[in-house]
Design a protein around this ligand. Structure first.
Ligand SMILES: NC(=O)c1ccc[n+]([C@@H]2O[C@H](COP(=O)([O-])OP(=O)(O)OC[C@H]3O[C@@H](n4cnc5c(N)ncnc54)[C@H](O)[C@@H]3O)[C@@H](O)[C@H]2O)c1
Length: 326
């Protein structure tokens, strides 16, 4: 195995830039090739990272000699096509969520991955978070431990505006119903956590609120599901003062565990704060470092904790059921 793995990046918007910054100086992963179908995005990237090579197109990037892995940070529509081309070239694929909104293409891709032993994972950032590990431990310890017996889970999201300010430069797709919206963009991370810890979720009822133009993404969503034998409620919407409020609370007969502000964790026993695992920003950094470690394991064909395409499709099926309303 080489000491360093060469990574190609397709999609140089908000997430592509974030990943380039994370990879910068990493001991095992080195971004080498980039491509975006917006020439300005390519030009901006080369100004910031002159050591990178811009490919002539997606196929040229994927077939570049010496490449080991492809990171896909485009909007969802091309995810399956690009993944399959990368498998053809023998690359390990790390793809952004949402996996896709084309379930048939996803199923065919998942069958191929299983048949050919392809290496593929999806970037749900909470997969490498201390909060997920704490939630899994609390769930396993039932009916002892922090929770006692789990009783209910609640997910709350609120955004002063959608898209959020840091996404101002992202494409129009983010605010449109076909591929965007906060249910796919944000709720999916928490549904991933929910399903990894508690198993498949069943949507009992869902009330998305859409703007009258028929094109805009949802402005609100309230829903009830069940997972792991307990009720799960969702209250999400555009409103309030916070740019990005998120909180996921698992309540039990003795205590509760709360994930908030993405990476923050608070555990309470009998209503009293038992502990906080640490500062949310520091936990985020730990999670991001761990994510790259897991990516290396994926490339090397070793066990890792990143979600595979089947797990990501299961998340997306729940998300699309919520968006369809029930
Ligand atoms: N894991 C996370 O925490 C997280 C956070 C934000 C966004 N995302 C996901 O990352 C992906 C990208 O989101 P973003 O916010 O960076 O969007 P963005 O609009 O900022 O960037 C997307 C880029 O992809 C390019 N692009 C579109 N189609 C392409 C194609 N066929 N070939 C090459 N380039 C193409 C666009 O020109 C643009 O530069 C989405 O799937 C989004 O859901 C994940």
């Amino acid at each position: 195995m080489p000491e360093q793995f060469n990574v190609g990046i397709i999609g140089l918007g908000v997430m592509g830039q974030r990943m380039l910054a994370r990879l910068d100086g990493h001991a095992r992963l080195r971004a080498t090739q980039v491509w975006d179908d917006d020439p300005q995005a390519v030009a901006r990237t080369l100004t910031a990272y002159p050591q990178l090579t811009a490919a002539a197109n997606a196929d040229a990037l994927i077939s570049a000699p010496g490449l080991h892995s492809l990171y896909i940070a485009t909007p969802p529509a091309p995810h399956m096509t690009l993944s399959n081309r990368a498998f053809d070239a023998g690359l390990a694929v790390f793809c952004e969520k949402p996996l896709t909104v084309d379930f048939d293409a996803a199923r065919l891709t998942i069958e191929r991955i299983a048949r050919e032993g392809q290496r593929a994972a999806v970037n749900f950032s909470l997969a490498s978070s201390p909060g997920l590990a704490a939630l899994q431990a609390a769930w396993r310890e039932q009916p002892e431990g922090l929770l006692g017996q789990a009783q209910a889970l609640r997910i709350e999201l609120a955004f002063a505006a959608w898209p959020r300010p840091w996404q101002a430069a992202a494409g129009a797709w983010l605010s449109q119903r076909a591929e965007g919206g906060f249910t796919r963009e944000v709720l999916s991370h928490f549904v991933f956590v929910l399903q990894r810890v508690m198993g498949p979720a069943a949507v009992r009822s869902s009330r998305p609120v859409y703007p009258p133009d028929g094109r805009g993404a949802e402005s609100g969503l309230s829903a009830e599901m069940t997972a792991g034998g307990i009720p799960v409620s969702v209250a999400a919407g555009v409103g309030g003062d916070a740019d990005d409020f998120n909180r996921m609370t698992l309540r039990g007969s003795l205590g509760e565990i709360e994930l908030r502000d993405w990476f923050g964790v608070c555990r309470r026993r009998h209503g009293e704060v038992w502990d906080k695992l640490g500062d949310a920003a520091e936990l985020r950094t730990r999670g991001q470092v761990d994510q790259l470690t897991q990516w290396v394991a994926l490339i090397e064909g070793r066990p890792h904790g990143l979600p595979d395409f089947a797990e990501a499709l299961a998340v997306q099926q729940t998300i699309e059921a919520l968006l369809a309303g029930a």
